[in-house]
Ligand binder design. Structure first.
Ligand SMILES: [Zn+2]
Length: 483
């Protein structure tokens, strides 16, 4: 009763069609670039990319971009008028200019892509406001973060804390909404899913009166996946090189090495992320700012705003950046600041509380036209805009202004903006903004889809080969070897 199933009983045959031996167990090569095992995964990835692109570009929404006014920032650590007077009176030869440094820190790089210079506008404000503390770990975008807002009578001196309380009568906040009053807080769900984050929102009764939001961002999958792929690629390259030099020896496959490299890459990303942690503690005017502004002009014409109780010291951000490291520069700047403060008319509204220096950096140019088009609100990947600029009336003649001719790139907070300017102030400047992380996620998703399709095709091919062997055909081409 000898079994006929046993392969040992068959004599090896050479296929007359493709020359493959029937006892050859090695992998069957993919014969051509256009074989279905290549074209099907590529086709699936291609079709998915096209459909995804169409979905991404769906539901376009146009809106207008307004220049508004730059937010006036409180300088932290705070400077009082008395401190400015003492700096102005001191002949210092030090190149460490604490005032300039603090002003530049407070201004940041907001609106630095508009044509023209950024001009300082300064004033004195009382310390009533908010302290915003943020902490995060993670790279290239935060994996975990925490924001905490506290309202104070004097936020500069951190005195007179006004704890918040939940008011169940208020309408609950929507995604991305900020409360109007940090002392009278609307209820929030304790846990929420927000775009790509899981968010924890404890009520102020549990945080000692602070408004706290914490989150874990799932986008961290992107750097991890990139690290794994990079690790694999490096080892694969090394293995290919080694195999090339050891032509006659058995080729190395290096599964363990690939795993080790991937692990090292993941650890490297983890370490970078933990080291790239950030913590800030800022002193702001509160959620909506304070002080009043005056509108000049009416839409659709040229419109700009000026702040009441503020004055221009005649300095630009570029001036400060040039002065930052030169000896005694703080004295010059303090003198100019005091001159400007003296020009502000006494206001009966001014409280008796200590007054701190506040500064805004206004762009010389405002939008005459500003239109932007966003696509697919569910998954933001890119947007387009077109704009035209004019000079604010309080900084010179209200002429049209343009960015220098050419293409310029600007990267900020994960958004890459590409500006296309003809250099002609009468023409529109165009801009494409890409959310780098979203595009990375799309590429990764498409690659995974292709990989999955490839594995599925391999699975189908293995099944075909098994079937051929069972029916005594050539494993390579399916030619019938035995009657
Ligand atoms: Zn064959």
């Amino acid at each position: 009763m000898a079994s006929k199933q046993g392969t040992g009983e068959h004599v090896a045959v050479v296929c007359p069609e493709c020359g493959r031996r029937s006892d050859d167990r090695s992998r069957i090569p993919i014969p051509s670039l256009f074989h279905w095992r290549r074209t099907v995964p590529a086709g699936i990835a291609f079709l998915a990319s096209i459909s995804f692109a169409i979905w991404l570009a769906s539901t376009p929404r146009t809106g207008t971009i307004g220049s508004g006014s730059a937010v006036a920032m409180l300088i932290d650590p705070p400077f009082t008028r008395e401190q400015l007077e003492s700096i102005a009176a001191t002949n210092s030869s030090s190149a460490k200019n604490l005032l300039i440094e603090a002003v530049l820190n407070a201004i940041g790089s907001a609106n630095d892509r508009a044509p023209g210079e950024r001009h300082l506008d300064i004033g004195l404000v009382d310390g009533q406001g908010t302290r915003a503390r943020s902490a995060s770990i993670g790279w290239p975008s935060p994996w975990a973060w925490e924001w905490e807002y506290r309202q104070y009578d004097d936020a500069a001196a951190r005195s007179g804390f006004r704890p918040g309380m939940t008011n169940p009568v208020l309408r609950p906040l929507g995604n991305g909404e900020f409360p109007r009053n940090l002392e009278d807080l609307p209820p929030r769900p304790r846990w929420a899913l927000n775009a790509t984050s899981l968010v924890h929102q404890p009520p102020p009764e549990e945080t000692g009166g602070a408004y706290v939001t914490r989150g874990v961002d799932f986008k961290l999958i992107v750097p991890f996946a990139a690290a794994i792929i990079l690790g694999w690629l490096l080892v694969w390259l090394a293995v290919c090189l080694i195999n090339r030099f050891r032509k006659n020896a058995n080729p190395i496959h290096g599964r363990a090495a690939k795993l080790a490299a991937a692990t090292i890459a993941v650890i490297a990303v983890l370490m970078t992320g933990i080291l790239a942690g950030e913590e800030t503690d800022q002193f702001t005017f509160g959620p909506f700012g304070r002080g009043s502004s005056e509108q000049h002009g009416r839409p659709p014409g040229k419109v700009y705003w000026t702040r009441r109780d503020y004055a221009r010291p005649g300095l630009t951000v570029r001036d400060l950046e040039m002065l930052e490291h030169s000896a005694g520069a703080d004295q010059i700047v303090a003198e100019k600041f005091l001159e400007a403060l003296d020009r502000i008319p006494e206001s009966p509204m001014r409280s008796q509380r200590p007054a701190y220096l506040s500064v805004a950096a206004d762009t010389e140019s405002m939008y005459l036209t500003g239109r932007h088009r966003t696509f697919n609100e569910k998954f933001f990947a890119f947007s387009t805009s077109e704009m035209q600029f004019f000079r604010r009336g309080d900084l010179g003649p209200m002429d049209l202004l343009a960015l220098p001719r050419g293409i310029s790139l600007h990267y900020r907070f994960g958004y890459l903006s590409i500006y296309f300017s003809s250099g002609n102030p009468d023409a529109l400047t165009r801009r494409i903004t890409i959310h780098v992380m979203s595009v990375g996620m799309i590429i990764l998703a498409m690659w995974l889809l292709w990989l999955l399709a490839r594995w599925s095709c391999s699975g189908v091919h293995v099944a075909i080969v098994h079937h051929r062997r069972r029916t005594r055909r050539c494993a390579g081409c399916g030619y019938i070897l035995a009657a």
